[in-house]
Structure formats: C-alpha cells, structure tokens
Design a protein around this ligand. Structure first.
Ligand code: ADP
Ligand code: MG
Length: 287
C-alpha cells in the first residue's frame, strides 16, 4: 500500500514538473533592463486570434510579453507565420489585442481615442514595409514629404525636409524621379526617409530587406544601424532571416505565437559611414 502511494506521488510530481516546464516556455519574460534607459515599448501578455471561419480560429499571438528600451535595436525573429507582423502591427496601433496591454512610453494604446491614435501613428512611429509602399505617381521627394503635407505642413517646408532626408540617405540626385526609376534598394531608402519625416520616437520595420538583393540588403541594414547608433532611434525590426540577427542589440525569438527566448548581441556590427548621413539633417524638426 505504502509503495503504491509512493508510486502515485512520483507520478503526480512528474506531471507537475511537465506542466511547469510547458508554462515556462509559454511565458518567457525577459528581466533585462539596461541601465539608465527608458522603457519605450511595454507589451504585457498580448493575445490575438483571428476567426477564419466558424470553428476555425487561428491563435496568432499567445501571451507574448516584452519590453523595448530607448535607443535599442530589437529584432522579433521567428519562422514565417509565427505572428511577427501581427505583433509589429499591434505596436503600431494598426492591430488591436484580444487580451493584454500594449503601452508606448507608459501610455496604453487601447485607452487612446481615435484622434489620439491617429496622431500617435502619424507622429510617434515611422514604419517601413517589405514592399516599400511608395506612391508611384509622386516624385521621391513628394513621397517623403507626404506625411508632413498630410499633417498640414506647408508644402514648401515639407518638400524641403523631404529633400534633406533624401540627401541624408544618399539620394540627393534622385529627388525629382518617381520611385519606379530607382532600384529596389534605393526605393527602400526613400521609404526609410519617409518613415523619418516626422522625427518619430520609434522606427518599425517589417522584413524591410525581403525584396532586396544582398548588396542592397547590407546597405539598408547599415542605414538602420546608423539611425539607431548615431540618431539614437529606437528600432524594432521583424525578420525571419537569421543572417540579419547580427545587426540587433537584442533578439526576441518567437514560435507559434509565443515568445520562446531572447538573445543579446554585444554590438557585433559597428555603424558604417552611410553616404551623406548627417545627424543634423536628421534632427531638423518637422515643426
Ligand atoms: P509572420 O509575420 O510571422 O509571418 P503573421 O503575423 O503575418 O506572421 O501571421 C501569423 C498567422 O496569422 C498566419 O497564419 C496568418 O495567416 C494569420 N493572420 C494574420 N493576420 C490575419 C488576419 N487579419 N486574418 C486572418 N488571419 C491572419
Ligand atoms: Mg510577416
């Protein structure tokens, strides 16, 4: 009898351990907090699912928590379909959550009204997508100036800043051209310039080199590193490509909508001199 009880206890203990192990994987939370850095992004137990049809629900984000601190270059990394873009869209306020909180500089995005949210998206974050998303009928300069013009900036002033940003990214000669006259790498640089138009706190990038050849990929990654180091921008990038991880200060690994761990790099990549890059041009206020 006693033996049987002992046996039962053991099985019970084993079961508990297994459950704990599973929970530990599911709820990976980093305790990293670099000294003197402010918390810019605070994701707390985020959940997001999509109803594809009746009885077909995809659980895309399942209890993900992470922080991003000022001046960090953080990558969200994992295989295709693991929820990276959904998470980035949640940070950008383009996607809502079912459960959990997304706070930017302490402000809960869910508590913003639609005007505050629109202003947040226009002014506090810059987004760069894989497919550039430039307007083909506008010149490159107009594309970069567009967020400012849309925000009520006088056209001349907006174009001037657009020109400065393009020069900063080495595209001074291409301002009057339309995007399709440029290579993919150059178009992505125009999109990066546009993301900087309002001098945002945070730059978000979703697989920004996904459509580029290896040379342009390196150039674009160098620009993000330079923006992060020289202009102290906080950068959050989504990538499935392990070759990009060396550029980040910190990598948050995702799998099936769950954060499974993090990795820290000790600044493996030094910033390079990006053609024409000038922090003064960057700092020119959009106002
Ligand atoms: P990743 O960027 O890591 O490839 P996503 O965040 O784009 O992953 O998508 C994760 C999963 O969620 C995919 O299976 C995708 O089909 C699904 N998904 C994303 N957005 C939606 C949506 N708006 N409606 C339905 N399913 C979606
Ligand atoms: Mg994606």
């Amino acid at each position: 009898m006693a033996k049987k009880e002992e046996g039962q206890k053991k099985t019970g203990a084993k079961k508990k351990k297994e459950v704990k192990k599973e929970e530990a994987v599911k709820s990976f939370v980093s305790h990293y907090h670099p000294k003197g850095r402010t918390k810019v992004i605070e994701a707390v137990k985020l959940y997001r699912e999509f109803d594809l049809s009746k009885n077909n629900v995809v659980k895309v984000v399942q209890g993900v928590s992470f922080d991003v601190f000022s001046g960090e270059f953080v990558m969200l990394h994992g295989p295709s379909g693991c929820g990276k873009s959904t998470l980035l869209n949640i940070i950008a306020g383009l996607e809502t959550v079912d459960k959990g909180k997304m706070k930017i500089r302490g402000k809960d995005l869910a508590k913003m009204n639609s005007d505050q949210m629109a202003e947040f998206r226009r002014t506090k974050i810059g987004i760069v997508f894989q497919s550039f998303n430039l307007l083909k009928s506008l010149t490159n300069q107009e594309n970069v100036a567009l967020p400012l013009i849309a925000d009520g900036e006088p056209r001349n002033k907006a174009l001037k800043r657009g020109g400065n940003l393009l020069r900063m990214l080495g595209l001074g000669k291409h301002m009057e051209k339309v995007p399709t006259e440029l290579s993919g790498g150059q178009q992505q640089r125009v999109a990066i310039a546009r993301s900087l138009a309002k001098n945002p706190w945070i730059i978000l990038a979703d697989e920004p080199t996904g459509n580029l050849d290896s040379k342009s990929t390196e150039e674009v990654m160098d620009i993000f590193v330079t923006l992060n180091r020289k202009s102290k921008r906080t950068v959050v990038m989504v990538t499935h490509n392990p070759e990009h991880l060396k550029y980040a200060d910190r990598i948050i690994m995702l799998k099936d909508g769950v954060a499974v761990g993090e990795k820290r790099n000790v600044r493996k990549i030094k910033e390079k001199e990006v053609e024409g890059f000038n922090t003064k041009r960057m700092a020119i206020s959009a106002q």
